[in-house]
Design a protein around this ligand. Structure first.
Ligand SMILES: [Zn+2]
Length: 286
């Protein structure tokens, strides 16, 4: 099959998706894990009929590795083209916030849109017309026996100098949001690293266990495709948006003193945002 061999050739640049045989094996392994588990079969129905040329269901989910494979190659090419157009040095950022993560077993509560939106807001606060970013939300198990997932956004940023980026991120509380900025020397390797979305890479380099893998796959199976992709300043084809209207609304701290505090705790939503915290109870705060 011609399309297969072309894609196979392009895939040699990617470190995770090596060949169709590899992807096929991964898909089988994932489905086997999901079938053994308690996960609702509706969430992964049809995935076994996915193939290199078509998917087993309309709008396949994020967990389909064949779909990922088909999207990944044009994405990598487009991101590289976009970043090569940028003037000045490119930087890789890794943004991380403790509240984005969760303990093991609660991954289904994590919504990729939250961390993406918060990162977008940080970029909006720079009010820059030239800045572009492209990246991916990553789930990283803490490792070293710490049963927690970290959510990090890894992205390539272009069109802005390092001082400005550092100044923007340093205006936040370092206990609240952490960022790592490094200059990119090898663009191909950086694009490959940033767009990798298949596995979880724990900090201690140990492969994640079966339970965690099943949880991760179940989370992906319930997700729309492309939900983890982070883009800023470019459209869905990774073309630069030259005319932008940036609206940045800093969030003022709400006045919750005296009677306002009592009213807030009385009428706030009862659904806990982070149910894994022990003290989420309704009366605990008073
Ligand atoms: Zn599929």
């Amino acid at each position: 099959m011609t399309s297969r061999s072309i894609l196979n050739k392009q895939l040699t640049e990617s470190s995770e998706l090596r060949s169709f045989q590899h992807v096929e094996a991964m898909q089988k392994e994932m489905l086997q894990l999901l079938k053994q588990s308690q996960v609702d079969p509706i969430s992964y129905v049809g995935l076994e009929y996915c193939g290199p040329n078509h998917c087993g269901r309309v709008n396949c989910s994020e967990a389909c590795w064949f779909g990922t494979l088909r999207r990944r190659v044009p994405e990598v090419v487009a991101i590289r083209r976009l970043m090569e157009q940028q003037e000045g040095a490119l930087h890789k950022i890794a943004v991380w916030k403790p509240v984005w993560g969760c303990p093991f077993g609660w991954l289904h509560y994590i919504k990729p849109a939250i961390s993406r939106a918060e990162t977008t807001r940080i970029f909006n606060s720079m009010c820059s017309m030239s800045i572009v970013a492209a990246g991916m939300l990553k789930i990283i198990p803490a490792g070293w026996g710490d049963k927690r997932y970290f959510c990090e956004i890894h992205a390539i940023v272009g069109g802005e100098d390092r001082e400005r980026l550092e100044a923007t991120f340093s205006s936040f509380d370092p206990n609240d949001i952490t960022v790592g900025i490094s200059e990119i020397t090898d663009l191909d390797a950086a694009v490959d690293e940033v767009t990798s979305c298949i596995s979880m890479q724990p900090r201690d380099e140990q492969a994640p266990g079966q339970t965690e893998l099943t949880e991760f796959y179940a989370w992906l199976a319930n997700m729309k495709r492309g939900a983890r992709l982070f883009r800023y300043g470019c459209d869905e084809n990774f073309d630069l948006i030259t005319y932008r209207k940036i609206t940045w609304k800093p969030r003022p701290k709400k006045d919750r003193s005296g009677w306002r505090r009592r009213r807030y705790y009385k009428f706030r939503k009862r659904i806990p945002a982070r149910p894994w915290n022990a003290n989420h109870g309704y009366y605990d705060q008073e």
